[in-house]
Design a protein around this ligand. Structure first.
Ligand SMILES: *[C@@H]1O[C@H](CO)[C@@H](O)[C@H](O)[C@H]1NC(C)=O
Ligand SMILES: *[C@@H]1O[C@H](CO)[C@@H](O)[C@H](O)[C@H]1NC(C)=O
Ligand SMILES: *[C@@H]1O[C@H](CO)[C@@H](O)[C@H](O)[C@H]1NC(C)=O
Ligand SMILES: *[C@@H]1O[C@H](CO)[C@@H](O)[C@H](O)[C@H]1NC(C)=O
Ligand SMILES: *[C@@H]1O[C@H](CO)[C@@H](O)[C@H](O)[C@H]1NC(C)=O
Ligand SMILES: *[C@@H]1O[C@H](CO)[C@@H](O)[C@H](O)[C@H]1NC(C)=O
Length: 614
């Protein structure tokens, strides 16, 4: 992941930018920082580019890349397909070369449409004076913008600064609804900024296709966005969602409260159709994982003996089905001698005073450990960090060790105390989550930050040892629930509005992943100089899941722990996973218990006061 920045100024005077932003960018790209200024007097504008590179593949390529024609590129992305990138090549250079050979907008859009993988970029096209920028179809990389009318300056950046004070922040996420082009000649004459938007076109048959209405809401004040009537657009890298409804409606819940076991999955009538779908899903997911674990820094002698026992891949790991499947597939594609780090985060359970005093009777319930560790046996099961995700994580680890005994699976227990959480939230996380600001953004932002930092303990024969994961690439299960109906709200929607309601809910959720989750997660994870990769959001995986009718992906007439993400659960069984295949979804803020640490009365969608800086 890299930190990219561009300041476009229409005023002829020099302009200083906020160096605090610079510090945040540098954490994203610790390996090389460089600036480049492009100036033009007629028309009058200047662009300051700043790029901070995290070196992940090929040879280290300095950015901004300037080609022989004077075009400039800052690129925060990763090519996993569509455009060939050889093992020793750097994808930034490949993109720059491709863009250099373009002259018309149609050609630029064609290059961007071809790329498979996450990206955010800013590109200065010298011929004709244009500035292009945008994010990939799913918004897997962050890009923020703001316009300062006083000095006539537009800023684009991967990450911002949340400044204290009464003035509302001007930062907003650039909507991942298309790419944008600024005609620098025109705006310098007009003195105000207009973006031309080239939207992602899903195809006419998608009933949920809505022209990017959302863009106008997010355009910085003082700027305008226009959609070019020529109809030029980017071609969506995924096919539209299959909206077929089943012929025979099976919308009754049969046994909603039953406790599922992994036997139940075997008893399902595994029609040949579903069997095929399960195999296809495993194939596309496996390929998505392969691309993501193999595109790593190029080593001159890759066949050198395994002297290095540092993992190059880590997995954000709760022991739930999404992360278990990623681990199982990663095992296929990473040489057996390399360890894989499993990052498991837990927030310290607060024990209210009252409960402490009245805790004479030992509370047996595993979810609610207390601090009454009077005898040794009790303390075994009552660490304040024994949160639900820790318990399922340990169970998941055992399954993996059993299935893949040759691999060293390093289960990193990341225990976070209230004090540390409060300190880091104020110092760092509030800036990274910004401009998002809800209680949910706070919980997930903090949980993801601590988890991906990777600093905790591993258990060795000699006992617990402090350990910090050195893996620069982190796989996460993001996107599985949104596509395969994993959340309890899907069950609610299905109950009230049947299959049609469920399809509408899934379409809406996939469309809002960029604005709800991915920009934020990219900013949070990038802060460690690490890169998140999302196999469930690989274009081929999304396309395959979109092509299936909803009833193949989930069957919400079946009980919790079976019916949601049914197809994925069947895939887990096929891969040999056991009890983890039938765990009901537990959202990270509850699984890690961070939500428990805070005010219980607040709602997830409330603005989070803890994110405000002093
Ligand atoms: C990039 O920077 C990180 C953090 O400083 C360091 O661990 C890593 O070795 C660097 N990589 C290269 C190729 O220089
Ligand atoms: C980046 O890759 C290109 C080939 O695509 C190569 O010519 C160039 O030397 C590489 N950059 C660096 C700094 O090695
Ligand atoms: C729309 O795009 C075409 C082709 O690039 C360009 O010639 C035209 O000026 C654009 N129209 C507007 C209103 O910007
Ligand atoms: C492994 O990681 C540790 C901690 O990040 C680092 O100090 C050490 O140099 C690394 N070892 C190798 C062989 O890269
Ligand atoms: C972290 O939490 C686990 C409980 O899940 C506990 O066993 C372990 O001792 C804790 N480690 C530290 C260093 O706090
Ligand atoms: C949607 O699913 C149905 C049922 O499997 C299938 O017949 C149809 O071809 C699919 N539609 C698309 C556009 O893939």
């Amino acid at each position: 992941m890299c930190g990219i920045f561009c300041l476009l100024s229409l005023s002829p005077t020099q302009f200083e930018w906020d160096k605090t932003v610079y510090e945040h960018l540098k954490r994203r790209g610790p390996n090389l920082s460089q600036d480049l200024t492009v100036r033009s007097t007629i028309p009058c504008y200047q662009c300051v580019f700043s790029a901070h590179v995290l070196h992940l593949r090929g040879l280290l390529t300095p950015q901004p890349v300037e080609d022989s024609r004077g075009n400039a590129l800052v690129w925060n992305g990763e090519i996993f397909g569509g455009v060939p990138v050889m093992l020793e090549e750097n994808d930034t250079a490949v993109v720059s070369q491709r863009l250099s050979s373009c002259s018309s907008p149609a050609e630029i859009l064609s290059v961007l449409s071809t790329i498979r993988g996450p990206w955010g970029f800013v590109y200065y096209q010298k011929a004709g004076d244009y500035l292009w920028f945008g994010r990939d179809f799913l918004g897997r990389r962050s890009l923020l913008w703001k316009f300062d009318a006083e000095v006539k300056a537009l800023t684009l950046t991967s990450v911002a600064v949340h400044s204290a004070g009464p003035v509302a922040s001007a930062w907003q996420e650039v909507p991942a609804a298309g790419v944008y082009r600024i005609d620098l000649k025109a705006v310098s004459e007009a003195g105000c900024v207009t973006f031309e938007v080239y939207p992602w076109a899903y195809g006419e048959n998608d009933p949920f296709y809505s022209c990017p209405q959302t863009i106008s809401e997010s355009v910085p004040s003082g700027c305008t966005a226009v959609i070019n009537r020529s109809g030029l657009a980017l071609t969506s890298p995924v096919c539209p969602l299959n909206t077929s409804l089943p012929e025979s409606l099976n919308e009754e819940e049969t046994h909603p409260n039953a406790q599922p076991s992994d036997q139940d999955l075997e008893q399902l009538p595994a029609g040949t159709e579903r069997g095929e779908a399960v195999n296809r899903l495993i194939d596309v997911l496996s390929e998505a994982v392969r691309r993501r674990v193999q595109a790593l820094p190029f080593r001159v002698q890759d066949d050198s003996p395994p002297s290095n026992d540092n993992a190059s891949i880590a997995i954000l790991f709760s022991g739930g089905i999404d992360s278990m499947i990623l681990a199982a597939l990663a095992d296929r594609h990473i040489p057996a001698h390399q360890p894989i780090d499993l990052l498991n985060v837990a927030f310290k359970l607060q024990v209210p005073k009252k409960q402490k005093e009245s805790a004479k009777k030992p509370v047996k319930h595993k979810d609610k450990p207390t601090e009454c560790n009077t005898d040794g046996a009790e303390s075994q099961t009552s660490s304040p960090f024994d949160v639900p995700d820790r318990i399922t994580g340990i169970a998941g680890l055992k399954e993996l060790q059993h299935l893949y005994p040759e691999r060293s699976w390093r289960f990193v227990e990341i225990n976070v105390t209230t004090e540390e959480l409060q300190k880091i939230r104020q110092e760092r996380i509030c800036h990274l989550v910004h401009p998002l600001d809800t209680v949910l953004d706070d919980s997930i932002g903090c949980a993801v930050w601590f988890a991906t930092r990777g600093a905790g303990f591993i258990t060795e024969d000699s006992g617990q040892e402090p350990f910090t994961s050195s893996a620069k690439v982190i796989l996460t299960g993001m996107g599985a629930d949104e596509q395969l109906a994993g959340y309890s709200r899907h069950r609610v929607r299905f109950k009230t509005s049947g299959h049609l309601g469920l399809i509408q809910e899934l379409a809406m959720e996939l469309a809002r992943i960029p604005s709800r989750n991915l920009g934020r997660d990219d900013r949070v994870i990038g802060d460690h100089g690490k890169e998140a990769r999302f196999p469930y959001l690989d274009e081929d995986v999304v396309s395959y899941l979109n092509s299936l009718p909803v009833w193949e992906k989930a069957d919400l007439s079946l009980p919790r722990g079976i019916g949601e993400k049914l197809l994925l659960r069947l895939a887990a069984r096929q891969l040999g996973l056991g009890q983890s295949a039938v765990l009901p979804k537990r959202a990270m803020q509850f699984g890690s218990r961070i939500a428990k640490m805070e005010d219980h009365r607040e709602k997830a969608s409330d603005k989070c006061t803890r994110l405000l800086t002093g």
